[in-house]
Every structure is written in structure tokens, then in C-alpha cells.
Write a protein that binds this ligand. Structure first.
Ligand code: BES
Ligand code: ZN
Ligand code: ZN
Length: 483
């Protein structure tokens, strides 16, 4: 996306123009040429300037969008702006305009962040998962002009584009089907982004993973000999050697059939999404490195597939882990946590991470609780959690923290092994608590993104398909941690 600034809305020709107004707009914000048209519609109850939404008019024979926030200046939030601009860009894309001018009228929200959001969503609107369609239409929207008297918004626009590009990478990684997006390709893509944006990537194969003693991770991957595992370690150093290393861990199940605890087809058909956690941290690293944040971050993905076959692990197995604890496999479909616990031990013991945030499409129970609107979180540390919550809020990525009540503590234990991987209800909490057994003394937040990583229909400011959820929270968290 090419984003530029212009002081005067009348000075150039654009395919379309748009203004964003509040419920408490004043009359002089509405172009004189549109007033009659609007009055007619209002009389017919077909449109209201004060309700949330966009409406297309024609002014001097050119498309002119009025975008109403539906709230007063005091009430409106950045999320309202995200929803509204997304609606606008969906329309612009549909109409195949290549240039658009946008003006914020008598604006109440911080303009810097607003232009960041608008540029981000304009750039994101260029992404479509269409590369398997023979008759695909290329995207034509490529130039956004911001109409403003001042023009010191360049760095915010750039930040918006960094975030959009990182989310595009994450969306691509998830949208690409599992017959293509194997652990090998996922690792290659991480390396490609590392080389392009400036972070180091190490890729380890099975021999090294065996030496490291990551037996729980190995057990999940052993049913997939053809597309074997890849342990992906990404390091970005923007601060000093003695500064802390913040750890990110992403679930990287490039396909989850459920294993011998086989999923029904309906549950399996979208399971390319099960590396959504890895996409969040790889995209997060891209954004962090592209913005050259002054912080040290290491991200780990234990990528593999969960399949059936002669070599696959069985329900009833007891596994050793890198940490030394043993785990009973009550269900081979609760595989994500088995890969994550070894990734967590690895990032603590081998990479010296001082804290951990993990992203994982971990439980169907989180989807049952929240639909697709927010991710479910679990944490062992209130102040660390607050920092994460603030970052997620700034990112516009919703989270809801679940409690760890003492009553739940016994559920994850097993009579023949130290722990069970399938403790049952409350499924999202017991999954989180299971991971919590491996974080040692580190501040930790677990983000279950099963609800938000992938949508079967559009929601909020997302189209259907992969969302890239988590990329912006990683970025905002690290931005706040800068030296
Ligand atoms: N990858 C799934 C979770 C999932 C479900 C993600 C739906 C996105 C949408 C995970 O590996 C899984 O199958 N979890 C089981 C755990 C159970 C067997 C303890 C679940 O949620 O049913
Ligand atoms: Zn599973
Ligand atoms: Zn899974």
C-alpha cells in the first residue's frame, strides 16, 4: 500500500473519497452537495448519519463515502474505528477502486494511532487467500491518501504498515493448506522472514531434538515420518547482552488429525489452522525486527504433524518429557500441550528466557466458551498478566483471563504418571494448568487462540480465514518492554 498525505481534499482526483464522522457531527462537515440526498434517505428511514455504518453517495459524479462511528467523540474507541475502516476497505476492494482519500472530521481519538489503524487495515485489505483460484482477480486498491492539515504522521503510518505486513505473513502461513505448509516449509518461511526483517533462525531436525531429550514432542511427531518435525528457534537482539530475553512459544501443529483419538471430518477439515500459534510468534518476530524494537526476544516453535500410522503414539502411552516429569496420554488429540511443554522447557533451559508468553490453538472448549470474539488466557503471575492484557488492548486483540481455582489442582494428576494430558472439564483451564507445570518459576501467560486464529465467517475487523491474531499483541508487549 502506498500511503501519502494531502492538505486539501479537492486538490486531486481519487477513485473515491471518504469522511469519518461521529454521532455528534456538525452540519458543516457534510458536503453541501450531499445534504439533499441524505435528507431524502433519512425521511425514508433508509439511512441515519448518527448510526454506525458506511453509506456510499455521489458527489460531482464521484463516489463519496460517509462513515459514521455511531458514537459521540467521547464514547468512540479504537475498536470502533477498526470495525468502521474495515467495512470501508471491504467496500473499496469490492468496487475495485485503486485510490481512496480519507478525512477524519473534527476528530476526538488520538490521530496518530487512528492513522496507524487506518493504514494497517488498508494494507491488510490487500490480502486475499485466492492463489489456488484459476479465475482470481488481482487486488487493485493500492493508494491511500490521508487528508490532513498536518503531516507529521509518517512514523505512525509506517508502524501500521509493519503490523499489517506481519499479519499478512501470519495469515499466509495459516491459510496455506497442510499438504503444502509442512514443518519443513514453515521452518523455511521463518528463515526467509528472519533474513528479510533481521532476526536469526536456527532449524533443528529429529537427531538434535532426540539429543535434547524432547521425548514428549517426539512422541506426537512420530506418526508423521514423511513430513518430519522441525524445531524452529528465532532470536532477535535489539537490547544489550545483559538485558533479559523475553520468550515466545507458538504451537506449531501443521496438521492435527487427532491421531488415534481421531477427529471427525468436520473437526479435522480446518486443522491446518493448528499452527496458528506459530504464525503469531513468527509474525510477531517479523514486526518486532522490522520496527527495530530495543528488546531481546527469542521465539520457539516445535513444529510437527499429528497423524495416525504404524509409528504413531497411542492412547494409554506414558511419556517422558525434557523436564523430567512423566505424562499419561489419555487422548492423542490433546497433542498440542505435549509439544508445548518441551518447547517451554527448551526456551527456559537452553535459551535462558526470563518470561514466557505462549500462543496455541489448544482447546475446542475455548471456542465453546467465547465463540470467535476473544482468546482465553491463563497466567501464574498477576503483574505480568496485567502487562500482557494492556498490550493486547493496545493491539485490539481481545483476551479474557480464566481462573485457576484450588479445586482444579488435582484434575491434571494421574495415578500411573505425574500428569495426564486429558484432564477434562474445564478443558481450557486444565490445558493451561498442564502447561503451567513446566514454566518453573517464570512469569507466564498462556493464550489459547483456538477461538480467534481462524474464522469460518467474517467477524469484527477480520475477513474469514486466517486472522493473524497474536502478532500485534507480541509486538505491543515488546514495545512496552523497550529499554
Ligand atoms: N487443535 C485442537 C483444538 C482446536 C479445536 C483448535 C477447534 C481450534 C478449533 C486440539 O489439539 C484438540 O484437539 N484439543 C482437544 C483436547 C481434548 C482431547 C482434551 C479438544 O479441545 O477437544
Ligand atoms: Zn488435537
Ligand atoms: Zn491441536
Amino acid at each position: 500500500m502506498n500511503v501519502n498525505f494531502n492538505r486539501n481534499v479537492n486538490s486531486s482526483n481519487y477513485d473515491a473519497k471518504a469522511i469519518i464522522i461521529y454521532k455528534d457531527y456538525s452540519d458543516d462537515m457534510i458536503p453541501v452537495g450531499l445534504k439533499g440526498q441524505i435528507e431524502t434517505l433519512e425521511k425514508r428511514d433508509a439511512f441515519k448519519l448518527t448510526s454506525f455504518g458506511i453509506r456510499k453517495f455521489y458527489l460531482e459524479e464521484r463516489p463519496y463515502y460517509i462513515c459514521s462511528m455511531g458514537k459521540t467523540k467521547e464514547e468512540a474507541t479504537f475498536d470502533d474505528l477498526r470495525f468502521l475502516s474495515h467495512k470501508l476497505f471491504v467496500e473499496v476492494k469490492k468496487e475495485r477502486y485503486s485510490t481512496l482519500a480519507v478525512k477524519l472530521e473534527a476528530y476526538g481519538l488520538c490521530k496518530h494511532k487512528s492513522y496507524q489503524i487506518i493504514s494497517e487495515l488498508a494494507t491488510l485489505s490487500q490480502y486475499t487467500f485466492n492463489w489456488f483460484k484459476s479465475d482470481k482477480k488481482d487486488n487493485v486498491f493500492e493508494e491511500l491518501t490521508i487528508i490532513d492539515e498536518e503531516s507529521d504522521y509518517k512514523s505512525h503510518v509506517e508502524e501500521g504498515m509493519i503490523l499489517a505486513n506481519a499479519q499478512k505473513s501470519a495469515r499466509y502461513l495459516v491459510d496455506e493448506p497442510a499438504n503444502i505448509m509442512t514443518p519443513t516449509l514453515l521452518a523455511q518461511k521463518a528463515k526467509e522472514y528472519g533474513d528479510k526483517y533481521g532476526f536469526d533462525v536456527d532449524i533443528f531436525e529429529e537427531d538434535v531434538v532426540k539429543e535434547l531429550g524432547m521425548k514428549s514432542y517426539l512422541a506426537v511427531s512420530q506418526g508423521s515420518k514423511k513430513n518430519s518435525l522441525r524445531l524452529i528457534v528465532m532470536r532477535y537482539r535489539g537490547a544489550g547482552e545483559d538485558d533479559p530475553v523475553y520468550g515466545l512459544v507458538g504451537k506449531g501443529l501443521c496438521y492435527d488429525s487427532g491421531g488415534y483419538s481421531l477427529k471427525p471430518t468436520n473437526g479435522m477439515v480446518t486443522m491446518k489452522l493448528d499452527m496458528g500459534g506459530s504464525a503469531a510468534v513468527i509474525g510477531g518476530m517479523q514486526a518486532i525486527a522490522a520496527a527495530k524494537l530495543k528488546v531481546n526476544v527469542t521465539a520457539v516453535v516445535a513444529a510437527c504433524q499429528n497423524l495416525i500410522g504404524p509409528d504413531a503414539y497411542y492412547p494409554g502411552d506414558i511419556l517422558e518429557t525434557m523436564n523430567g516429569k512423566t505424562v499419561f496420554v489419555g487422548n492423542t488429540d490433546a497433542e498440542g500441550r505435549l509439544t508445548l511443554i518441551d518447547a517451554i522447557t527448551y526456551i527456559i533451559r537452553k535459551e535462558n528466557a526470563s518470561s514466557i508468553i505462549d500462543f496455541a490453538t489448544l482447546t475446542g472448549a475455548a471456542v465453546a466458551a467465547f465463540g470467535n470474539a476473544c482468546a482465553a488466557t491463563v497466567s501464574n503471575n498477576d503483574s505480568f498478566y496485567k502487562e500482557y492484557e494492556e498490550a493486547a488492548k493496545n493491539a485490539g486483540e481481545k483476551v479474557w483471563r480464566l481462573p485457576i481455582f484450588p479445586e482444579y489442582k488435582e484434575l491434571i494428576k494421574h495415578k500411573e504418571a505425574d500428569l495426564t494430558n486429558s484432564a477434562g472439564s474445564p478443558g481450557t483451564i486444565t490445558a493451561g494448568m498442564f502447561l503451567g507445570e513446566f514454566v518453573e518459576d517464570k512469569p507466564w501467560v498462556h493464550v489459547d487462540i483456538a477461538p480467534t486464529a481462524f474464522l469460518s465467517k467474517p467477524l469484527g475487523y477480520y475477513d474469514d480465514g486466517a486472522t493473524g491474531y497474536g502478532v500485534k499483541s507480541c509486538y505491543e508487549f515488546m514495545k512496552a518492554k523497550q529499554k
